[in-house]
Design a protein around this ligand. Structure first.
Ligand code: IPM
Ligand code: MG
Length: 370
């Protein structure tokens, strides 16, 4: 039987609650489908800091490196606001991305028909929305050096962050965007700030050259990132695939999340390059929402982004396409039935907590899998 090694990092805040619902789906798939998932679990973020004084322990890093896929919940919370910068909760996530070389972050923003009214935009603008943001994840200002605060000695300090991109980094992320576009509507919009940033000039050149070289069948458009943000809320359905750098991708994906009704709906996959020998890629799957400390522990968090992240894991790490389709369909069906967590609640719908939402999705998934 195939063994599929999953390393679970539930993290902080609502992370563990959301992960609990995925665990039930894994158990069902092992029992009913012989899926062969073998799970191990570690600590990341504030919970790792409390236990080990680090945002992730070396032992857990090794397990993440060895796993077929990592499922990640969320990190952070006010409890750790004052811990040293190097060991702040987010450092655990950033180290995972960097050490696993997860350069391609796929953030699909899909507006389920049943949720068109939950969006802050008019329903007709978001109904049927299906865009994919491809965010570069291991470069740019997140990791560029120098990254410092220096005392200038005159009562002033100077903070420096550095935006750096090399050609190969832009080539490989644009290749992912073009490849993904070919499986969708075959359109890519690249976003940068070439009018202000040298890294934007190079980004634009390399995306253009990669397109000309290997992907001229795909329709390519360029937009300045600020204008892109404006277009995302003005007419989001004009986009198919958006490719952009680490920082713009962070911001634009939060904007895109709200188009779909709630931050609680958006899954993501962070992928490395395929291994030369095995063809396997390192991968981490996480909901785009954060740890939501304000609602943690109350059993009201929306587990959909976490469950949809697991669906992406089935699709991208294990090629379990039917199962992934069914799990995504199960989410859509539950929403169609008017079952809602508080963040996506609507008039006349049935308000449920995390566990009830998870169970409703599992029941639907079982029915679809039968
Ligand atoms: C995200 C988050 C992270 C990021 C934080 C938690 C470091 O906002 O995944 O979008 O900025 O990348
Ligand atoms: Mg973010």
């Amino acid at each position: 039987m195939t063994t599929r090694n999953l390393f679970l990092l539930p993290g902080d805040g609502i992370g563990p609650e959301a992960m609990g619902e995925v665990r039930k789906i894994i158990a069902y798939m092992n029992e009913a489908m012989n899926a062969g998932f073998v799970t191990d679990e570690g600590l990341v973020g504030g919970s790792a800091y409390d236990a080990h004084g680090a945002a992730i322990s070396e032992a857990d890093m090794q397990k993440a490196l060895a796993a077929d896929a990592v499922l990640f919940g969320a990190v952070g919370g006010p409890k750790w606001d004052d811990v040293p910068y190097e060991v702040r909760p987010e450092a655990g996530l950033l180290r995972l991305r960097k050490d696993l070389e997860l350069f391609a972050n796929l953030r699909p923003a899909i507006c389920y028909p049943a949720l068109a009214n939950a969006s802050s935009l008019k329903p007709e603008l978001v109904e049927g929305l299906d865009i994919l943001i491809i965010r570069e994840l291991t470069g740019g200002v997140y990791f560029g050096e120098p990254k410092t605060i220096t005392d200038l000695g005159n009562g002033q300090k100077r903070a420096i962050d550095t935006q750096v991109y090399d050609t190969y980094e832009i080539e490989r992320i644009s290749a992912v965007a073009f490849e993904m576009a070919r499986t969708r509507q075959n359109r890519v919009c690249s976003m940068e700030k070439r009018n202000v940033m040298k890294s934007g000039v190079l980004w634009n050149q390399v995306v253009t050259a990669t397109h000309k070289d290997k992907y001229s069948d795909v329709k390519l458009e360029h937009m300045l990132a600020d204008a892109g943000g404006m277009q995302l809320v003005r007419a989001p359905k004009q986009f198919d695939v958006i490719v952009t750098d680490n920082l713009f991708g962070d911001m634009l994906s939060d904007v895109a999340a709200m188009l779909t009704g709630s931050l609680g709906m958006l899954p993501s996959a962070s992928l490395g390059a395929p291994d030369g020998k095995t063809g396997k890629r390192k991968a981490l799957y996480e909901p785009v929402h954060g740890s939501a400390p304000d609602i943690a522990g109350q059993g009201i968090a929306n587990p959909i982004a976490m469950i949809a992240s697991f669906a992406m894991c089935l699709r991208y790490s294990f090629g379990m396409v039917t199962e992934a389709d069914n799990l995504e369909k199960a989410i859509a069906n539950v929403l169609d039935k008017g079952i809602r967590t508080a963040d996506i609640m609507a008039d006349g719908a049935k308000k449920v907590g995390t566990v009830e939402m998870g169970e409703a999705i599992l029941t639907e998934f079982k029915a679809l899998s039968a």
